[in-house]
Design a protein around this ligand. Structure first.
Ligand code: ATP
Length: 254
């Protein structure tokens, strides 16, 4: 279990995160959701170890990691821009991290990941020959071969469109389930968060507005911010579709 206790963070004297406490169970998918500038990336970086908290505590399975450097935490992140190596082919990108740490993952496990992420036909391609969705899958595979104890994803779907987005969503869910891997995802899209996660952490100006299962957020929004920012956005999307195509008839909906 990952535990954050009373985390506070300021930049240049301006508080960005105020007293954040939460628990993430092993194998859970948790989305961090909120508007631009609310502190999502800062929170992700704190968990990763890229940024230090001003105060508070981060624990994983009881071990205090608050002052543990990033490389010793065993967490791993897929950045928004994928950060792949343009001069290496797909296979070399995936296995790059194993160069000096081959013991981490067997050849068979690498092959399983390649198949799980549907990359078998692309292994000899250069990164610039790939679509956005393919790049995202390579970035996921490359991170997974390092056997992270927690997988962190920064806006993994924001650069992808419709069908590809759904397929990457499914792959993320499959990976989390198959590997029983705790997965923490930053997003600003309520639909993404509600459909992808076991629990959603809604942040408003550096504080937790609600941390709950998607159904609870939809049926029992805790406050006006959740109602207005999160649920309103979904209603606007739905109403835009209805305005364009009309409401589905009751018969069609059944
Ligand atoms: N290194 C930094 N130095 C100074 N201020 C920072 C730094 N990193 C973030 N901030 C500020 O902290 C606040 C939260 O930033 P953060 O990137 O965590 O927000 P976010 O919710 O991820 O936003 P977005 O969705 O736009 O990426 C912002 O006001 C930002 O300007």
């Amino acid at each position: 279990m990952l535990e954050l206790n009373h985390i506070r963070k300021s930049f240049d004297g301006t508080p960005v995160l105020h007293d954040i406490s939460l628990r993430v169970e092993d194998g859970e998918i948790v989305s961090i959701l909120g508007p631009s500038g609310c502190g999502k990336t800062t929170l992700l970086n704190l968990i990763l170890g890229l940024t230090d908290a001003d105060s508070g505590e981060i624990r994983y399975n009881g071990e205090d990691l608050t002052r543990t450097p990033m490389e010793k935490r065993g967490f791993n992140i897929v950045f928004q821009d994928y950060a792949l190596f343009p001069n290496l082919n797909v296979y070399k990108n995936i296995t790059y991290g194993l160069k000096n740490r081959a013991h981490l993952t067997s050849q068979q496990e690498v092959e399983e990941l390649i198949d799980l992420l549907g990359l078998r036909d692309h292994l000899s391609k250069r990164v610039d020959q790939l679509s956005g969705g393919q790049k995202q899958r390579v970035a996921l595979a490359r991170t997974m071969v390092m056997k992270p104890r927690i997988l962190l994803l920064d806006e993994p779907l924001s650069a992808l469109d419709g069908v590809i987005k759904e397929s990457i969503k499914d792959r993320i869910k499959t990976i989390a389930r198959e590997y029983h891997l705790t997965t923490i995802i930053v997003t600003h899209d309520p639909e993404e968060a509600l459909t992808l996660s076991d629990r959603v952490l809604i942040i408003d100006k550096g504080t937790i507005s609600q941390y709950a299962r998607p159904e609870e957020i939809v049926h029992q929004p805790k406050n006006d911010f959740v109602r207005k920012f999160i649920l309103n956005q979904l209603e606007i999307k739905r109403d835009n579709i209805y305005a364009l195509f009309g409401r589905p008839s009751v018969a069609a909906a059944v």
